[in-house]
Ligand binder design. Structure first.
Ligand code: IPE
Ligand code: IPE
Ligand code: MG
Length: 239
């Protein structure tokens, strides 16, 4: 299906992706896991550009989880370097596509240099009005919810005032809409602590494709599959 055909049928407002399978992609080629991450970054750029082409408002990418610190120091260090280098070098990519960079996750738990690149990328792209690319770095959904509750308690919020809207607005990005479509590559069918609150009514698509092999064509296929889903939100259609 072409971009024009997909756009005509109405695109999801918020797509989230668990970019999984980099390590296996590398192992299959006898390469170190880090090569898989390097190749995965190329895929991520292609998919962000594809989302922008379709006019998708928000694309959230699971880049580094709060649990990923358990990995070997060498791999963690490589990933941090990759994130930092990308954010520093890719302003032109974001500018060309009018992409605004946002971040979810615990900034305070990141190395200072990575934290600063995230802050700079957000600032440099804040006036772009195309797709918002939300990078989940040092992100865990439970951690986000705990930090949200702390914010509410610290601001003296009363129990009577607490409702779903206030909680949504107190998460890392107040204006982030609920996820419409969650895609996970790499064959696993789980959320791995990603966007638990925001996925309450998301549609899910799982593909065995390893993230470095995922491309615009499959992304377009996934979006068109989403467009055939019947979202009921607990109601009864045509009543
Ligand atoms: C996903 O790929 C990228 C990150 C978690 C940073 P993996 O590194 O988890 O790849 P597999 O699952 O081991 O193949
Ligand atoms: C989820 O993938 C995290 C990212 C893609 C950044 P993992 O590979 O870490 O998840 P599990 O361990 O298979 O659940
Ligand atoms: Mg994995």
């Amino acid at each position: 299906m072409t971009a024009e055909e997909i756009i005509a049928r109405g695109v999801p407002e918020h797509v989230a992706i668990i970019m999984d399978g980099n390590g296996r992609w590398a192992r299959n080629r006898g390469l170190p896991r880090t090569s898989g991450h390097k190749e995965g970054l190329t895929s991520a750029k292609k998919i962000v550009a594809a989302a922008s082409k379709l006019g998708i408002k928000y694309i959230t990418l699971y880049t580094f989880s709060t649990e990923n610190w358990k990995r070997a120091q060498e791999e963690v260090g490589y990933l941090m370097g990759l994130i930092k280098g990308h954010l520093r070098a890719e302003f032109e990519f974001y500018k060309k596509n009018g992409i605004k960079v946002e971040h979810i996750g615990d900034l305070t738990g990141l190395p200072a240099d990575v934290r600063n690149e995230i802050i700079n990328a957000k600032k440099d792209t804040e006036h772009f009005i195309g797709t918002t690319c939300v990078l989940a770095i040092n992100y865990g959904s439970r951690d986000e919810i705990v930090r949200c509750i702390k914010k509410l308690v610290n601001s003296g919020e009363t129990a009577e005032n607490i409702n779903e809207e206030l909680i949504s607005k107190s998460l890392d990005i107040p204006s982030l809409p609920p996820v419409d479509l969650m895609i996970r590559t790499g064959g696993e069918e789980r959320l791995s602590n990603f966007l638990l609150w925001q996925c309450a009514y998301a549609e899910f698509l799982f593909t065995d494709t390893l993230w470095p092999d995922y491309n615009e064509e499959e992304f377009f296929e996934n979006i068109s599959k989403y467009q055939t889903r019947n979202r009921r939100f607990g109601g009864v259609p045509n009543q």
